[in-house]
Write a protein that binds this ligand. Structure first.
Ligand code: P53
Length: 476
């Protein structure tokens, strides 16, 4: 086989909170993305205690997809997209999160959206929780710290599985569930609605929150299968590739530990059990975790059908001279420069072969179909006087990564469902809250200050990707 299979899901990816806007439309409640102010390149976003006057919250209006989805979907269809990965904003369905009954206007919005996609021959690929949850669940329950949130999530998942049965076939539970390994404020917040209190042990919180989410994910998988046995329900993990800085065994072991630490969430979701090293580590650290025997059964019975992952860049690990025997390596504190790789303007390494590495590695580890649900580069774009956007850097990045994914399928035998590059249309950056950090093949006229007409323009990369899809990857 020298070509990708027919039916390969070429597409594009976004997340509800980063493009919809309409943060109070249709009865939507405040989500944790609505209390994140804009940051900048290298400037972290401020998380405020509720929505405060005088702050710039870019997700509130985003690119107004809530009102413009019909025109945008026409563009996606023109591009030839077979799949559109987005998420459901939990707070449109349950504005507070702990209600008994869902919000019909929110459910109806996604009916219209999914019907429109399907009418254009585009399959919706849906994440249940992409960096958002109702803000009320943070205030009243402390986010995913509290086991009751498992039940609220399960109620939400059940409602949407029922409502969109037959319309949606590919689902994911939590976006980049392993992102919170960073132990940083931002990572905790976006994944779990948790900010550490002063003096709180981050590992205690991480492993409890992670466990609660994993139980919720496994329950959702079981319910999704019961409602529609044809549902394909995946996990979604950020592929944190760690190379060893040198051939010193210590560096190799450090890199191995970094990989183990990055993939324990998807280990549980794909294999149905915790890795041995982690339970041992948790005990050694004396953490008191509420992990019940029945939870372990749930995890075993709720394994995913496929592994969805994001891939942007690779990292490098170097052991410290006094590295502890645990070699624990969550977060990027030990990341060192890779002299062999170029970087984007935001300092992310560009490593296409790393994508083939990821596809092989995940196949060997999980023996499941894979789905590349995010890939791309954030860059500054300029619009010419003629209204054109020449983005050869983006084309080069995507071409090089597609070349490697094709090799992984045709030479290495990887079972790959599809490829949905991130931010197919310019949207609000999750990390910085910026608009000018652009991933899109479709330009949106709006800048970091929030100014612009919101007009959509096709970049050069749009026409290039259109041809890639039309030839099923034969011509890059
Ligand atoms: P932005 C950090 C590292 C890798 C991926 O990121 C990440 C993040 C979070 O910032 O997030 C994923 O917008 C995420 C998307 C996000 C995209 O990557 O910071 O799933 O929501 O927008 C790109 O450049």
């Amino acid at each position: 086989m020298t070509q990708l299979p027919e039916g390969f899901l070429w597409g594009g990816a976004v997340a509800a909170n980063q493009l919809e806007g309409g943060w109070q439309e249709g009865g939507k409640g405040v989500s944790i993305a609505d209390v994140m102010a804009a940051g900048g390149n290298g400037v972290p976003r401020e998380i405020t205690a509720g929505v405060l006057p005088g702050k710039n919250y870019p997700n509130h209006s985003a690119i107004d997809f809530y009102h413009r989805y019909d025109d945008d979907i026409a563009l996606f269809a023109e591009l030839g997209m077979k799949a559109f990965r987005t998420s459901i904003a939990w707070s449109r369905i349950f504005p507070l999160g702990d209600e008994d009954e869902p919000n019909e206007a929110g459910l109806a919005f996604y009916d219209r959206l999914f019907d429109d996609l399907i009418a254009h021959g585009i399959e919706p690929v849906i994440t249940l929780s992409h960096f958002e949850m109702p803000y009320h669940l943070v205030e009243a329950y402390g986010g995913w710290r509290d086991r009751r949130v498992i039940d609220f999530f399960v109620r939400y998942a059940t409602i949407v599985f029922q409502r969109y049965a037959g319309k949606v076939h590919h689902w994911m539970t939590f976006n980049e569930i392993n992102n919170q390994n960073g132990l940083g404020e931002g990572g905790f917040w976006t994944d779990s609605g948790v900010r550490l209190a002063p003096g709180e042990n981050p590992e205690q919180v991480l492993y409890q929150v992670g466990h609660n989410e994993l139980v919720a994910s496994a329950k959702a998988v079981q319910i999704g299968h019961a409602i529609d046995p044809t549902n394909q329900i995946g996990c979604m993990v950020s592929y944190g590739l760690a190379y060893a800085a040198t051939s010193a065994p210590k560096d190799a072991f450090k890199a191995l530990r970094a990989m183990q630490a990055n993939f324990w969430f998807s280990d549980v979701q794909s294999l149905g059990r915790y890795p041995a090293w982690l339970r041992r580590y948790q005990k050694q650290q004396g953490l008191e975790l509420d992990i019940r025997p029945e939870d372990l059964v749930t995890l075993e019975n709720g394994t995913v059908d496929y592994v969805g992952f994001s891939y942007y860049a690779s990292g490098v690990r170097k052991a410290a001279p006094d590295e502890p025997d645990t070699f624990m390596a969550r977060g990027d504190d030990t990341n060192v420069e890779n002299p062999y790789l170029d970087k984007t303007d935001w300092g992310w390494s560009i490593d296409p072969l790393g994508l083939r590495y990821a596809l092989n590695w995940l196949t060997d580890r999980y023996h499941k179909p894979l789905f590349i649900v995010e890939n791309g580069m954030g860059a500054l774009d300029t619009v010419t006087a003629a209204g054109e956007i020449h983005d050869p850097y983006r084309i080069a990045y995507l071409r090089a990564h597609i070349e490697e994914l094709i090799k992984a399928v045709t030479l290495d035998g990887v079972d790959l469902i599809g490829y949905t590059p991130w931010g197919i249309i310019d949207l609000v950056s999750a990390g910085s809250g910026q608009m000018d950090k652009r991933y899109g093949l479709i330009y949106v006229d709006k800048n970091d200050a929030g100014d612009g007409t919101l007009k959509r323009l096709k970049k050069d990369s749009f026409y290039w990707y259109q041809h890639v899809i039309a030839t099923n990857g034969a011509e890059l």
